[in-house]
Ligand binder design. Structure first.
Ligand code: CA2
Length: 146
């Protein structure tokens, strides 16, 4: 049976690869989508890859995943540090969640050290660039096999 994993990306990640390469690297969001597709294909996972700059849209996608997807990989971007609403939506979805950040948020400004999402995630990956998405999907493949 093929499981579906929803890969969600928050605000400004559509700019990836165009600015701030020292922090976020040179790969674009299309490159990340391609990496997720390839990783999913090699583990028999169907990937739904999305990005939005609108918090309500992200919350709607999380709600719609309930009972339909096997897990969520999410880079909530700046909403990581601000959004109780996204955390509540993730709780309500009742799916395993892996939180991913390209940069090591703990090496950066103090306001990036707190995440509202981490407490409802099975795990958090940060500082490993786009490879973090691959690792998150591989972990889901491992969990779903067990
Ligand atoms: O390290 C990450 O993945 C972050 O989630 C990225 C967020 C930031 O607010 C978090 O603290 C850590 C920012 C995403 C914005 O991405 C850009 C990429 C290129 C150019 C401008 C923004």
């Amino acid at each position: 049976m093929t499981h579906t994993i929803l890969v969600l990306n928050g605000p400004n990640l559509n700019m990836l690869g165009t600015r701030e390469p020292a922090t976020y690297g040179y790969e674009t969001l299309a490159d990340v989508a391609d990496l997720c597709e390839r990783t999913g294909a090699s583990h028999d996972l169907q990937i739904e890859f999305r990005q939005t700059n609108h918090e309500g849209e992200l919350i709607d996608w999380i709600h719609q995943s309930r009972g339909r997807c096997a897990g969520i990989v999410i880079n909530p971007a700046a909403w990581t540090h601000t959004s109780v609403a996204i955390r509540d939506a993730l709780s309500a979805a009742e799916l395993p969640v892996i939180e991913v950040h390209l940069s090591n948020v703990h090496k950066r400004e103090e306001f990036r050290h707190h995440s509202f999402v981490s407490a409802v995630a099975v795990g958090v990956i940060c500082g490993m660039g786009t490879n973090g998405y691959r690792l998150a999907l591989e972990h889901f493949a491992h969990l779903l096999k067990a």
